[in-house]
Every structure is written in C-alpha cells, then in structure tokens.
Design a protein around this ligand. Sequence first.
Ligand SMILES: NC(=O)c1ccc[n+]([C@@H]2O[C@H](COP(=O)([O-])OP(=O)(O)OC[C@H]3O[C@@H](n4cnc5c(N)ncnc54)[C@H](OP(=O)(O)O)[C@@H]3O)[C@@H](O)[C@H]2O)c1
Length: 282
Amino acid sequence: MSSLFDFENKTGRYTVMGNPINHSKSPFIHTCFAKQTNQNIEYTATQVDPGGFEQAVGNFQASGGKGLNITVPFKQEAWGLVDERSPRADIAGAVNTILFKPDNTLLGDNTDGVGLVRDLINNHQCGIENKRLLVLGAGGAVRGVLLPLLEQNPALITIANRTIDKAHILAQLYKQHGNILGSHYTDLAGQKFDLIINGTSASLNDQLPPLPDNILMENAWCYDMMYAKDPTVFLRWGIKQKATNTIDGLGMLVEQAAESFYLWRGVRPDTQEVIKAVREQM
Ligand SMILES: NC(=O)c1ccc[n+]([C@@H]2O[C@H](COP(=O)([O-])OP(=O)(O)OC[C@H]3O[C@@H](n4cnc5c(N)ncnc54)[C@H](OP(=O)(O)O)[C@@H]3O)[C@@H](O)[C@H]2O)c1
C-alpha cells in the first residue's frame, strides 16, 4: 500500500494506544526510524481506559495528530472505528495502524503479517513457498498474519488451537486464499512441518502449547511471535526437537513498525540497525 501522507511535510505527531502501554517499544523504534530518515516526528505512548478508545482517537486527531498504532486490547475496536480498511486489515478483523487522511477520514491497516513475513524472508532467509506451516493459536495476532503468509504460497497452513472452533473458523475464513486447515493439538502427532509459528500467548506465562514430539521436518524452523532476552519456552522446545533455526518475534515487531512508518511517511527505514538497538536494550 503506498503512503497517502504529504511527503514534503516532514513533521508530524503519532502515538501508540493500548492498555497497558508503559512497556511499549514503539516510541523508541519510531524515534530511531525518524532520526535515521531525517523526519521531525514526535511519537508517544497513550494509555487508554476501557471504553475510552474512540474518544482518545478523536482527541488525538483534533489536537493535530497524523496517525497512530493500536495494540492490545483495542485492535478490534479500531477495525470498527475506521472509515476504510486495507484488504489485509479487513479480513483480519483487526487494525494496528491508523492514518488520518487529509479529508479527516480514517484509514486502517494491519501491518503485523507483513512484519512477520519480512522478518522470516528478508532477515532470516526462511523460505515459505511450498513449505508446510503449523501456526499455533487463533487469536488476534494469528488473524493478522494468515493472509500475508498465504500470499507466499505455502503448501499448507495448519492452525492448531486449544479452543478448536476458533481454528476452524479461521480456516474457513481464509480458505479462498490457499490450502489451510484447523486442527486439534492431538491430531498433529505423525505429521511433519517445515516451519512452526507460535502465535499463542502461552510464552508470556512460560507455558508451552501441548505439542507432540517429532513433528519437525529436517531443517525445520521454529518462530515465536513473542520476544524476550532469553529463548522462550517454545524456542527451547524447538531446540530440543532439533529445529535448525529458532527465532523470536523482535524482528516482526520492528518490521511491522517500519510498515506503519512507510504508510505514514512514505519512507522505508533500515530495520537492521533498529532491531540491533532494541535487542541491546533488552
Ligand atoms: N512480535 C510482534 O510484533 C507481535 C505482534 C502481535 C502479537 N505478538 C504476540 O503474539 C502472542 C499472541 O497475541 P494475541 O494478541 O493473538 O493474543 P490473544 O488474542 O489473546 O490470543 C491468544 C491465543 O493463545 C492461545 N493460548 C493462550 N495460552 C495458551 C496455552 N497455555 N496453551 C495453548 N494456547 C494458548 C489462545 O487459545 P484459546 O483460543 O484456546 O484461548 C489464543 O489462541 C502474544 O505473545 C503477543 O505478544 C507479537
């Protein structure tokens, strides 16, 4: 999607809205992007109370803000609030980026999936085409990444989720875009995958989804959307199962931010040095 922003105007105010928001790395990331690309922008974090999201967005726009990111728990509400959506945000049912257009209408996008795909392919040279993918979880993050993953033409995406109905609903929703199935964790035994992407929130509580052993192909990859200083419990499982590569979601975080920045500013920042800088802070 190309930027709708006035590129000549190098100033602008942006924010990320969520609850909680105090640990957000977005202000640091976007400030790095701005310095690097010589854009005079201000990017803050805004804590929003439940029920206060629409008002907070209206206030920010009225005060001259140019756009915002949205994080937990407001991504779905943002989807309902915007006037127009990108196709990837539309199908995801979640918006993580809003651009205030010159006519004051709101354009919503979801950059999580393109962030994941760029991290896998550009930063780690992990092929997706013709590969068998297992995606764990069926919450907001997974909804956001399925279309960009399917656009890379994997042989199959299997979605496994604790609440099986949610996996089936997602498979049904995305089946027009590729080969995709919902599955119980118990039905994974005996199958083999080239790439497993953990999109559950289990790692946040140091828990592991109930995965059977021996489901990795040779040269398989394990990717956890969560990022941490040390390998997550899922990545430690991957190492034990002899995955060739184990990666956390820090690169996805920076890449999704870069796509928002591009939508707002029309400039693509260099993500490598920012990934390194965020990693060093952890
Ligand atoms: N790196 C990035 O840029 C980025 C971006 C977005 C999200 N994330 C990460 O993605 C993860 C998911 O976020 P979300 O917004 O999708 O959360 P969410 O909407 O709350 O969904 C959570 C999912 O995790 C599953 N789950 C939770 N605990 C589990 C457990 N112990 N075992 C198995 N499944 C479990 C849930 O299953 P049920 O449906 O059965 O409850 C659900 O599918 C978080 O770790 C978040 O930090 C990273």
